[in-house]
Structure formats: C-alpha cells, structure tokens
Write a protein that binds this ligand. Structure first.
Ligand code: NOJ
Length: 524
C-alpha cells in the first residue's frame, strides 16, 4: 500500500497545522473592559472553551495599533497591541496560557499595506526626497493629471490617491488609508521580515498572511487589460521569492512555525503555485473555493476533487467555509444544511478553518444602515461585512455574555437569535449544532484516518448525495452527506455508525441505507 500523503512534523507525526484552526475576530469574541468591543484578555478567558471544543489552534485577526479604518487591517505598528485590545503583556499571557493548554496561536500579518498613520508612511509622504519615499508606490500623474494607471481599489473607485503637497499619486489596493508597501524595495522586505521575527521570538506559532498574492505587482505598473488578461495589480511571479524567503525564516525556528496565505484565485493551478515548487513557500494558500461553490452535492464533489488534484505532492489541502469577509455558512445554506457543512469541513482531507460562532450555527445579522461599521459597505452599498462580525453569543444573559456593556452599546448589534443560539443553551442540548461540532472534533482526534487518511470519492450515489472515504492503514471511514431535504436510499457495504447529524441514527447499517433529509452520516 502507498504511504499516505501527509506532511510529517518534527516527531514524524502530522504537524499541528494539519488539524483545525479556529478564527477569532477579536472585536467580537469577548469584551472584558465593558466598552462593547472584544479584547485579548477576552480571548484568554475562553481558552478553556476552545480547548474543550477540541480545536488545535486559534488564528486572531489583527490586534495591532491601528486607526481602525478597516478594523485593524490598517496597521500603524506591526510590533505592538492596540490599547483597545490590551497590551503586549496580555498577548504574552495569551500565548503562554494557550501553549499550556496545547493550543497553537496564529496571528494575522498584513504585508501588502500599512495604515496611512504608520510612521513609515508619514515619512514617505513628507516629500520625494525622503529616504522612505520609495517604501510605498508613488508615481507622477499622467500628462492630463489623471492617475498613473487604470487600476481599481478592491473597495471601489480608483486605486490611486492624489497627494497635493508632494504632487504625486500613491497606490492603495484597498482604502486610501491603506497605502501599498513597495515590496521591490529591499529595505521594506527587511523591515517586514523583522516584524515576523519579532513575533516568532515571542512564541507565535504562525501567520495568516493578508492578501498574500498582492505584494508583487507588475513592475511597470501598466494598465489593466480587460479579462481574461491576467491581473497586473497583484500576483506577479516575483511574489514567490517573497514567500520562499518567509519560509526560510519560519523553518529557521523550532516548533513547526506555520504560514497560510489569504489568496483568492479561481484557477486551481495558479492557487497551488503558492505551495512552491518543492513545498518551499507557504504551508498552505487558504482554499476559499467552497465559499464560492453552489451548495449542491455534485458541485461540491467536483470542487473537492479539483483541490485534491491541484495540491502538489507533499502539500496539504485545506478548507474554509466562512470568515470575517464572507456571509456565514448557516446564513448561506440554512440551519439544517449548516450541520451537513460542518461534517464536510471536519471530515475532508485537509486543515479545517472554523470561523468563530459557526460552531453554534450563528447566522448573518441584517445591520440597520445607521449601525453599519464596515468601510466597504459604506463605499459600495450591499458589500458590507458587518453581518458576519456580530458579537459571539455565549449565554442567554445580558449582551449574550459578550460584554458587561448594555446590548445597545456593543460595537455591532447582537444577532436576533442570541437568546436561543448560544454556547450555554447549546451545551445542554445533545442535538444542538455545538454538540455536533464537539463530537465531530472529538472523532477527528480519535480517528487518525479522519485527520490524515487518503481521500477517495464514492461513486454511484443517488443525486443529491455526496460520499467519500478516508483511509489510513487498515482503517476505512465513509462519509455520506445528503445535500437535499428529501430522504435518499442506496446500497452500501455494511458499516457501523460513528456519528450522524440525525441524533436518532445509531448502530449498524447493513447493505442499504435511507439517509434522512439533510442528514450527514459517518460510518466505519
Ligand atoms: C483581507 C481581509 O480579510 C479583509 O478583511 C481586509 O479588509 C482586506 N484584506 C484588506 O486588508
């Protein structure tokens, strides 16, 4: 039998980052100061919950000093903590307490742009002769005074901001408060890699790299041509050198330090190129393809097969169903299918990234216009991301246990279902989404085949049912997911039920099964 293909860590076993990573949006997890905004101490306070839930690591979205134009994705200092979230001491405390519980800590690293309040940009902006001028992307206007090229900001409008006092434009792929760094400048490269070393020295286990593919652009900044022309404002092949260098730094530290890049690319081959030619770049580019795939058994199966085919030898797949930029999975597919989705996420071959609140089935919340916070939503109506960033729902008490502030003073309103959809209520209900998530995570830990086993699609199933096998040594686990709200009957090899989304299903399945509407079942 072929050796199963999974990465080996320092002890020869699958490294921690092949497990489950829980994403925390720090503003929304737990407020310990009563200002209506979550903080680092709030994350530390819930480490027992996360350990008990059974995840391997947490990834914390940015907590750096920031004017919060993009809620922390506009960094004004890469080596500190914003007072809103606490102190460096709080972060050290979080790291040591997490490590004591066997939890790894991944932090967000935002290399493409800084805040316009970052001292580097303030210097750069001060004039063309400033030594840091070239740390950002400055260009003269075209003869008619218009921007140097036709690139657009991801948040709408042109990607160039005119700077009257110095008579040049600067590039901002996102907000004008987020000027793009010039990664072709060696000093920028060194300064940014120093920020990585700062956190590695403090004991951080890994980095989620914000818009990782954006850091290298067309060196001549030529106009973007119409599709299907390749993008010129991102993803220039020189980007791979940046991540090879980053990998060298990570590998020079002990303890399996890790990188995952936020890379939205539809073409599986181009996406997979970020693993490197010899697995020498990112440990993984985030795989968002299931977020974009219609919720249909055939479409999801085709997508998984495409990912399995695209990941290079020695590379490791990963799956994401939601994050702080996307609609929540329970909002997209509904409560019943959200259970099927959780089973899918936690049983496919690959690292699973679980967005806070999805384990209890949180829904997107409609945010009234006067409560809207997200700058994207302000600039492009309908694109607001606040709905998936509402406060974590801990219990049925005031402010859902998120804060001691009155609910009306929270930075975003609570989801309307907080009194019933919350950790405390669901902990007492064996049929809840939280109980299902806990059982799935426990099963993944108990069954090495679920964590590291090979993937194989099971063919010949009725329309609307997706099935696959995970195999490791002699263990064979089969997963059947009913994407429809009707029952489906089919023949199969006998097996014992390990877990079903339908609490009534237990025992042995002999020769044929009728899966109930929206059921997912795992057999051994
Ligand atoms: C991707 C992040 O996930 C998103 O929240 C942010 O607005 C942009 N990058 C810009 O940093």
């Amino acid at each position: 039998m072929d050796e199963p293909r999974y990465p080996r860590g320092e002890d020869g076993e699958a490294p921690w980052w092949t497990g489950v990573i829980y994403q925390i949006y720090p503003r929304s997890f737990q407020d310990t100061t009563g200002n209506g905004i979550g903080d680092i101490a709030g994350i530390t306070a819930h480490l027992p919950y996360l350990e008990d839930l059974g995840v391997d690591a947490i990834w914390i979205s940015p907590f750096y000093p920031s004017p919060m134009a993009d809620f922390g994705y506009d960094v004004a200092d890469y080596t500190d903590v914003d007072p809103l979230f606490g102190t460096l001491g709080d972060l050290d405390d979080l790291l040591s307490q997490a490590h004591r519980r066997g939890l790894r800590v991944v932090i967000d690293w935002v290399p493409n742009h800084t805040s316009d309040r970052h001292p580097w940009f303030i210097e750069s902006r001060s004039g063309p002769a400033n030594p840091r001028r070239d740390w950002y992307v400055w260009r003269d206007p075209r003869p008619d005074g218009s921007p140097p090229n036709n690139w657009s900001s991801m948040f709408g409008g042109p990607a160039w901001k005119w700077d009257e006092p110095t008579g040049q434009y600067y590039l901002h792929s996102f907000l004008e408060e987020q000027p793009d760094l010039n990664w072709r400048n060696e000093d920028v490269r060194h300064a940014m890699f120093d920020t990585i070393r700062f956190w590695l020295d403090r004991g951080v286990d890994g980095f989620r790299i914000d818009v990782a593919h954006f850091v290298m652009k067309d060196p001549m900044l030529r106009d973007q041509l119409d599709p299907p022309a390749r993008p010129r404002s991102m993803g220039h092949p020189d980007v791979h050198g940046v991540y090879r260098d980053l990998r060298t730094i990570l590998d020079s530290y002990d303890g399996e330090r890790f990188s995952v890049g936020e890379i939205h690319l539809a073409d599986p081959e181009e996406w997979a190129s970020y693993y490197g030619t010899d697995n020498d770049e990112l440990h993984m580019p985030f795989n968002f393809s299931l977020v974009k795939t219609p919720w249909d058994a055939g479409a999801v199966r085709d997508r998984v097969e495409a990912i399995e085919a695209a990941v290079p030898d020695g590379g490791w797949p990963n799956y994401v169903l939601g994050n702080h930029d996307e609609r929540r999975i329970a909002g997209r597919v509904g409560r019943d299918q959200a259970r099927v989705a959780m089973m899918l996420l936690l049983t496919l071959r690959g690292t699973a990234t679980l967005y806070y609140g999805d384990e209890i089935g949180m829904q997107d919340q409609e945010i009234p216009p006067d409560a809207q916070q997200d700058p994207f939503g302000h600039r492009v109506p309908g694109e607001g991301r606040d709905g998936c960033r509402t406060p974590m729902q801990w219990d049925p008490g005031p402010a859902a246990g998120f804060s001691t502030a009155p609910a009306v003073d929270l930075w975003l309103p609570l989801n309307a279902d907080w009194a019933t959809t919350n950790v405390a209520v669901e902990s007492d209900d064996v049929t809840s989404m939280l109980s299902l998530t806990r059982r799935l995570l426990a099963l993944r830990t108990r069954m090495p085949a679920l964590r590291s086993g090979e993937y194989r699609t099971i063919d010949g199933l009725p329309e609307g049912v997706y099935g696959y096998e995970r195999a490791l040594a002699l263990d064979r686990i089969r997963v059947f997911l009913n994407f429809t709200n009707e029952s489906r009957t089919f023949d199969l090899h006998p097996g014992r039920v390990l877990l079903s989304t339908d609490p009534d299903r237990t025992g042995v399945v002999d020769g044929s099964i009728t899966v109930t509407p929206n059921e997912g079942v795992i057999l051994v």
